[in-house]
Write a protein that binds this ligand. Structure first.
Ligand code: B16
Ligand code: MG
Length: 214
């Protein structure tokens, strides 16, 4: 592809493996409630999906009141925060910092487009904030992935038209969001996970800018 003017990164599962922490927090809640829940289900149904939608999947049709729903979302978030408060800058993917610096040195803008309301905490724990020209997170837009809004918002933060942006995502819902925004999409993970990615890499670790563009 042509050199993009901006590269917009999803956070969880792309720049760091917080997706495992999200899984552990959901698993804790599922165990509390006596609901069976596996790693495979997490990968297939919850990856990159917002908090409320994730809980709706986890409940598997059990009927609960609105206040119970809120309490469960808060409980999962407490469990997740317990896990991420231990994070250190070592949990950035291998070579991630160097890759972000290389992108910036090439004159390409960098932004984050995360569904997470904990995005800033994670970026701060990882000491990554200074590598981004713009940040869009779970507080930035109303409609989450697969709606295009968070990627469009992120492009706006760096003043680059969507057609000149490359979006990077580990979740199929995120790839749908990138394509709906009118961007080129790079999927991170196994090829079978993605329906509409323009290119797929199994991981972003140990890669250079050129590997993302070839
Ligand atoms: P929170 P991303 C997503 O972040 C996660 O992949 C997903 O597992 C999580 O449910 C969602 O954020 C909401 O997160 O509960 O922290 O607000 O992959 O878009 O960076
Ligand atoms: Mg993700």
């Amino acid at each position: 592809m042509q050199k993009p003017q901006a590269i917009i990164f999803d956070l969880d599962g792309v720049l760091t493996d917080t997706s495992e922490y999200h899984y552990q927090a959901w698993k804790h809640l599922a165990d509390d409630e006596g609901i069976p829940f596996t790693h495979e289900e997490n990968d297939a149904h919850l990856r990159g999906v917002g908090r409320r939608e994730s809980l709706m999947y986890l409940l598997k049709g059990r009927s609960v009141s609105a206040s119970q729903l809120t309490e469960m979302m808060e409980r999962k978030n407490r469990y997740y925060n317990e896990l991420i408060k231990q994070m250190t800058p070592n949990e950035v993917i291998e070579g991630g910092r160097e890759l972000l610096q290389e992108i910036r040195d090439a004159g390409i803008k960098t932004a984050v487009a995360s569904a997470s309301k904990n995005c800033m905490v994670v970026l701060e724990r990882l000491e990554l904030v200074r590598y981004f020209d713009g940040i869009a997170d779970g507080y930035s837009v109303v409609h989450g992935k697969p709606a295009p809004d968070v990627f469009v918002y992120a492009a706006g933060t760096v003043h680059v038209p969507v057609s000149a942006c490359l979006g990077v995502e580990d979740a199929d819902a995120g790839i749908e969001s990138i394509k709906a925004a009118g961007m080129v999409a790079l999927g991170i993970g196994p090829k079978e996970r993605f329906q509409r990615a323009d290119k797929v890499l199994s991981t972003l670790a140990r890669h250079r800018l050129q590997d993302m563009l070839d």
